[in-house]
Design a protein around this ligand. Structure first.
Ligand SMILES: CC(C)(COP(=O)(O)OP(=O)(O)OC[C@H]1O[C@@H](n2cnc3c(N)ncnc32)[C@H](O)[C@@H]1OP(=O)(O)O)[C@@H](O)C(=O)NCCC(=O)NCCS
Length: 181
């Protein structure tokens, strides 16, 4: 059995999730706070996960269906009635400091890919912040610097997406003029 375990996020996880998010993003002004985080989970509880080991919480991943080439605004909570669509957006991923550098971010994202594929999503997207674009490129995400992002992400963020179906059968479509920022 693996020493790490991925499971759905539960109510009792919020103190760990909120503390990890604040530690990861508050110094760079990117923390969205507990209410917004909870609203992303509320929009799609079946695509939000916690990773743990024998000592407990090791990290989390919040994902929700979101139209391709669009993303949540960090300064606003999710409103009810999120469209299902065919794109699954990995909104936020944090690995606890004690567990970094062991490939756990990859593991959580691969788990999300399997979940998304099984649920019939065709593409997976994320917004790379603070230079993490390199990391996600290795997993097959392609940068879309032409996509405009909400100001709440700062100036360094880049939208990225990858197809979920086998590459020969499916590709990420090109953005329309209206989606290019
Ligand atoms: C980014 C993060 C999720 C990576 O998690 P992780 O489990 O340590 O990642 P992995 O073990 O899979 O990969 C580690 C590699 O990523 C690199 N890396 C970590 N953060 C990075 C960043 N911001 N930019 C570029 N590379 C980064 C490490 O140097 C390491 O490289 P190596 O494999 O060549 O040694 C983790 O550092 C974290 O939670 N950071 C704070 C929150 C954050 O920035 N989340 C991403 C939002 S898009």
């Amino acid at each position: 059995m693996s020493e790490y375990h991925i499971r759905l996020l539960r109510e009792g996880d919020w103190p760990d999730v909120i503390a990890a998010e604040e530690r990861a993003y508050a110094p760079s002004g990117l923390s969205e706070g507990g209410a917004a985080l909870r609203s992303r989970h509320h929009a799609s509880p079946s695509t939000c996960f916690v990773l743990e080991d024998a000592d407990g919480f090791c990290g989390y991943l919040l994902a929700l269906p979101y139209p391709l080439f669009h993303c949540p605004d960090l300064s606003r909570a999710e409103s009810d009635g999120v469209e299902r669509g065919s794109n699954l957006h990995a909104h936020d991923l944090v690995i606890a400091e004690r567990a970094r550098g062991r490939g756990l971010a990859d593991r959580l994202l691969r788990h999300l890919e399997e979940t998304g594929r099984a649920a019939g999503f065709r593409t997976l997207s994320l917004v790379a912040v603070r230079g993490s674009q390199v990391l996600w490129s290795r997993l097959g995400y392609r940068a879309r610097p032409e996509i405009g992002l909400p100001a709440s992400y700062g100036t360094e963020a880049v939208y990225m997406a990858k197809p979920l179906a086998p590459p020969s059968a499916d590709t990420v479509p090109s953005p329309s003029r209206a989606e290019v920022g």
